[in-house]
Design a protein around this ligand. Structure first.
Ligand code: NAD
Ligand code: LMR
Length: 341
């Protein structure tokens, strides 16, 4: 008894969590674009997650180095880096979760849509590889413009006959993280206790925070500044980095949080809900085929898509603008990929 206590007390927290993860929870997670600004800290956070048993890191350059570095961290998971080309097949084989932050980030003055051509091609090619090597994996798209790269991925999976709408997610968690942090700054609350639902998509006016559902009412300039900060939080970081890229560290945290939620749900935890951009019935009648709302996650990916729920008049106005933009972004992605498959 005493010996066991001593043993436990000298373990690091991460190791204790590792030992408490059951042996049946063996999960291979792949990161495509693992040597990038997001990819590196995201891979680091995944290495610290005891629910991950195998970490597969792919990039067109530098993944083996990142993998060697991360592999020295004293948690149980194995880590392997894969080089550009055919190695992606082995990287993806058996993966249950594939996170895709591969692509170019914005510079000041650019919109996310300005990344469309470059990142559309990158995501299309990686989606092809995933559809061939791990058609049943959960695919988590981080590369921008997410509003279009998710439909691009869906079309690739459809073209290969393996599309499962329950397994494709646009990662919009950073918007939730920002919305929660920014309201805590205004209200002097603990950000850890804030969880603001953000619906729509992931760019500018398509990002719609639903403060009223958390019981907050902001008015006038304070409300408009809050909404603008959530919608254009990405620009704040792009400006501050002055041409050196966009959000990487906060995005890594957000991506790791979403992956953790998916893993918890896959491993049997009930009631795991995250807003995420998915193939959604909510606004299909208006031609908006993908939409982020609260989604309950489960062993099969999407368990239940929650409706947007009650919103204020102001939030309804934001939603109307959002839907118009989203439709354009989705149609652009679908049209482009069909012409450039
Ligand atoms: P980065 O340039 O630092 O890293 C991108 C990595 O992708 C690089 O290592 C590069 O070698 C790799 N890469 C490029 N083409 C590849 C390919 N075909 N296969 C595999 N790897 C490839 O960029 P970053 O800052 O990490 O941002 C990556 C993407 O994430 C950008 O598109 C950015 O806009 C987006 N992003 C999304 C969110 C979000 O909330 N969803 C947040 C931040 C950034
Ligand atoms: C973000 O929201 O930070 C990302 O989408 C990156 C960007 O281009 O703003």
């Amino acid at each position: 008894m005493f010996a066991r206590k001593v043993t436990t007390s000298v373990l690091g927290a991460a190791q204790r969590r590792t030992f408490s993860a059951s042996a049946s929870n063996l999960t291979k997670v792949a990161v495509l674009g693992a040597a990038g600004g997001i990819g590196q800290p995201l891979s680091l956070l995944l290495k610290l997650n005891p629910r991950v048993s195998e970490l597969a890191l792919y990039d067109i350059k530098g993944a083996p180095g990142v993998a060697a570095d991360i592999s020295h961290i004293n948690t149980k998971s194995t880590v392997k880096g894969y080089e550009a080309g055919d190695e992606i097949k082995e990287c993806l084989k058996g993966a249950e979760i594939v996170l895709i932050p591969a692509g170019v980030p914005r510079k000041p003055g650019m919109t996310r849509d300005d990344l469309f051509n470059t990142n559309g091609s990158i995501v299309r090619d990686l989606a092809k590889a995933a559809a061939e090597s791990c058609p049943d994996a959960n695919i988590l798209i981080i590369s921008n413009p997410v509003n279009s790269t998710v439909p691009i991925t869906a079309e690739v999976f459809k073209s290969k006959g393996v599309y499962n709408p329950k397994r494709l997610f646009g990662v919009t968690t950073l918007d939730v993280v920002r919305a929660s942090r920014f309201i805590s700054q205004l209200k002097s609350t603990d950000p850890a206790n804030e969880n603001i639902t953000v619906v729509g998509g992931h760019s500018g006016a398509t990002i719609v925070p639903l403060l009223s559902q958390a019981g907050y009412t902001l008015e006038g300039a304070e409300r408009d500044e809050y909404v603008k900060r959530v919608q254009f939080g990405g620009d704040e970081v792009v400006q501050a980095k002055g041409g050196a890229g966009s959000a990487t560290l906060s995005m890594a945290m957000a991506g790791a949080r979403f992956a953790e939620s998916l893993l918890k749900a896959a491993q049997g935890q009930k009631g795991v809900i995250e807003p995420t951009y998915v193939d959604s019935p909510l606004y299909k009648d208006q031609g908006v085929t993908y939409f982020a709302s609260n989604v309950e996650l489960g062993p099969n990916g999407v368990e239940k898509i929650h409706p947007v729920g009650k919103v204020s008049e102001h939030e309804q106005g934001l939603l109307d603008v959002c839907l118009k933009d989203l439709k354009t972004n989705i149609e652009k992605g679908e049209k482009w990929v069909k012409e450039n498959m």
